[in-house]
Design a protein around this ligand. Structure first.
Ligand code: SF4
Ligand code: FES
Length: 230
């Protein structure tokens, strides 16, 4: 038997199942809440905080991708406090990483009036492109540490555990065990990490080579040479 409850989101009374995730309840009722680290295929970890909402009686903003709906809850998804928090998160991201291929985040920046130059002295994450396998390249200067790739590589899908978090604090990055090249890890080149990456930090090799100016024919020749060498 389901246990239905009533709560209020942005002044609108909505019905939900007790314990449903707030983000899902909002979206089911046509209320849009932005997300970055959240992905339907992965376990939510509330890392980016862009989905925060104001819940009456709570001192701090709550990440709607993990908070559960409760009876009588009063939630605001676009209060001044929420908008200010989202804008600041976006400005911090823009100050520290390369968002040039993060189309969704660029749209959010426009929507929230976020400035990419709010924190001019912020240290940027710089990284060389890692091109060490035939399937995809890794450019961690575009990585926002959403953890989606790690999760699909692990318990959420593939159970391969080829990549994980590495380092601490600002030095934290996604990496392989002992920084090994991808072919030396347990990676099976399934491509699921590339599919869930929201920023272009993980990119199909073919797309990368085309951007580097190689023609489709040159790439085919390169790939056939690689197959022959196997
Ligand atoms: S590489 Fe992409 S999917 Fe992985 S943590 Fe970075 S941004 Fe997220
Ligand atoms: S989408 Fe909820 S914390 Fe990132």
């Amino acid at each position: 038997m389901t246990n239905q409850i009533i709560l209020t989101i942005d002044g609108q009374q909505v019905e939900a199942e007790q314990g449903a995730i707030l983000l899902d309840v909002a979206r089911e009722n046509g209320i849009d809440i932005p997300t970055i680290c959240f992905h339907e295929a992965t376990t939510a970890n509330a890392l980016c905080r862009i989905c925060v909402v104001e819940v009456e009686g709570q001192r701090v903003l709550q990440p709607s991708c993990i908070v559960r709906a409760g009876a009588g809850m009063k939630v605001q998804t676009r209060s001044e406090k929420v908008i200010r928090a989202r804008r600041t998160i976006l400005e911090m991201l823009a100050s520290t990483m390369d968002l040039s291929e993060s189309t969704e985040i660029q749209h959010m920046m426009y929507e929230y009036g976020a400035s990419s130059s709010r924190f001019p002295d912020a240290q940027r994450r710089e990284s060389q492109v890692k091109d060490d396998n035939p399937m995809y390249v890794r450019d961690y200067s575009k990585c926002l540490l959403c953890w989606r790739c790690v999760q699909v590589c692990a318990e959420d899908a593939q159970y391969t555990f080829a990549i994980n978090f590495d380092g601490r604090g600002f030095e934290t990055q996604i990496g392989t065990f002992f920084d090994k090249k991808i072919p030396e890890t347990s990676c099976v080149l399934c491509g699921q990490c590339v599919a869930v990456c929201p920023t272009g930090a993980l990119k199909p090799k073919r797309e990368f080579l085309l951007e580097q100016g190689m023609s489709a024919q040159e790439i085919s020749v390169l790939n056939s040479g690689r197959k022959k060498r196997k």
